[in-house]
Design a protein around this ligand. Sequence first.
Ligand SMILES: [Zn+2]
Length: 216
Amino acid sequence: MSAASQIRADCAILCSVQQLGLPFGEAEAAARGPAEAGHPVAVAGAFYFVRHKRARRYLLRVDHDGRVRVTIPRGGSRREAEAFAGRSLKWIARQRARVTPPVLALDERRALRRRAEIELPPRLLTLAEAHGLTVPKVSVRNQRTRWGSCGRDGHICLNWRLIAMPESVRDYILIHELMHLRRLDHSPAYWRLVAAACPDYREARAWLRENGASLR
Ligand SMILES: [Zn+2]
């Protein structure tokens, strides 16, 4: 295996470990051309190359989204830049470990929250109808300490994190709040209502005890 293909293989492994997409080869092809003009080229891959006339040496920078910018100095070559990046894989991995997780987590949270706002209210209303209940108002919120709540006025608030739960657990929480439209307490009579509407509710509660913290 040549030095260059060894680097490509290493980077492909690094990319797949970090789940950031393209191995070297594809990123190169995408970055070629406009990169020569000295502008950063946004590619979907993990690496992109930028020529910089004033740069005195090869430089690496890990962006906030985890992609690696490799700066090629005046008189430098793509091959040298690759070799330089290849020698720096450990450094890159350390930098990425620092910047990537929160960024990805934030993106993921945004996407989940959008999905929650679209999917949770209709599901709540479907279950309400099935149990002969009317929900005056429903909101999806970023609650810190609760999965859901039901106000005296019947306003049901749902935590967007419900969207990341198994459906049976999510439905239990929806039914839990819906049954509060009948009884605004946690009396034995209330739990009988829950048990009638959601026979497996104990399993759902056990799941929440075990896994709930991981969703916070
Ligand atoms: Zn409750």
